[in-house]
Write a protein that binds this ligand. Structure first.
Ligand code: MN
Ligand code: MN
Length: 285
């Protein structure tokens, strides 16, 4: 099954969707490997015509590549994902990845680097968690370490998590020591997402932004189907606003940590809807 209306061939596509059904390092509730297909299924709930953009998804030239073959070790997954995303970038297309867990974002950004696409590129993550541990359960590729890994090869000043409300002591001290900028969910509630994004963009000082949406950044009331739910989250309209504000500056997008076994369907539907939001923003003239 393809994401709704995403029937363009790879050659004719401007945007390419890739599913990454990987959840091997998940620490609490596993099952995000089921998310890519579930999100595709939910995508058929929505109208092809996006009235607020006056654009139809079927006119947006999107190709759905299907899912990454998930066999082998974690390193095999990272290598395969790196090479797929490299192919997408080499051909000048905009990548959208559906996790799977958050660890998939690191090989994606490495592909941007290998394609010399990281000059002027910043990374914004929406997340309840800082994901800044050096290692977790003896695993440096854990989803709890993705901000740390990306900061090591991109530069710590080039990645900013937003929506944070869970930080362990070690992460707190390392963030201070290494100079990681981040914005808590409480700051978003207090100042509004527009001001927070403007501050983040000033700090990043980048023309282009890769946006990584860990669905647990959104409040569990809206997105209950996730591996590590945290109260006090963002609401979907704030994330939609952020996507809209990044119009003309987005370089790539992923949505991760949707966990269908813990969902009533609404979390996958929300992920699908936010993907169509990104597609509309990229495809709008
Ligand atoms: Mn995360
Ligand atoms: Mn998280």
């Amino acid at each position: 099954m393809l994401f709704a209306e995403c029937t363009a061939s790879f050659e004719e596509a401007d945007i390419v969707i890739l599913g990454v059904p990987f959840d091997r390092t998940s620490s609490f509730r596993v099952g995000s490997r089921f998310a890519p297909n579930k999100i595709r299924e939910e995508s058929y709930n929505f109208e092809d015509y996006l009235f607020d953009y006056d654009i139809s998804l079927s006119d947006c030239n999107v190709h759905d590549m299907g899912n990454l073959d998930e066999s082998g070790t974690e390193e095999d997954m990272a290598d395969k994902l790196f090479s797929k995303v490299s192919t997408i970038l080499k051909n000048g297309k905009f990548p959208i990845a559906m996790g799977g867990e958050h660890s998939i974002t690191s090989p994606i950004i490495r592909a941007f680097k290998a394609q010399k696409r990281t000059r002027g590129l910043g990374v914004i993550t929406i997340d309840a968690h800082l994901d800044f541990r050096d290692s977790y359960l003896n695993n440096r590729m854990s989803h709890a370490c993705v901000t740390r890994r990306i900061s090591e090869f991109l530069g710590v000043a080039r990645i900013i998590p937003i929506g944070i409300r869970s930080i362990c002591k070690e992460e707190h001290d390392d963030a201070e020591k290494l100079g990681l900028n981040y914005f808590t969910a409480f700051e978003v509630h207090r100042y509004g997402i527009e001001r927070i994004l403007r501050r983040a963009m000033r700090l990043l000082d980048c023309e282009k932004v890769y946006l990584s949406l860990d669905i647990d950044g959104i409040d569990p009331a809206y997105a209950p189907g996730t591996g590590t739910p945290e109260p006090y989250g963002l609401n979907p309209l704030e994330v939609r606003k952020l996507i809209n504000m990044l119009e003309g500056r987005l370089a790539g997008f992923d949505v991760v940590e949707v966990c269908p076994p813990y969902d009533n369907g609404n979390t996958s539907a929300l992920a699908a809807r936010l993907m169509t939001e990104v597609i509309a923003v990229i495809a709008s003239p």
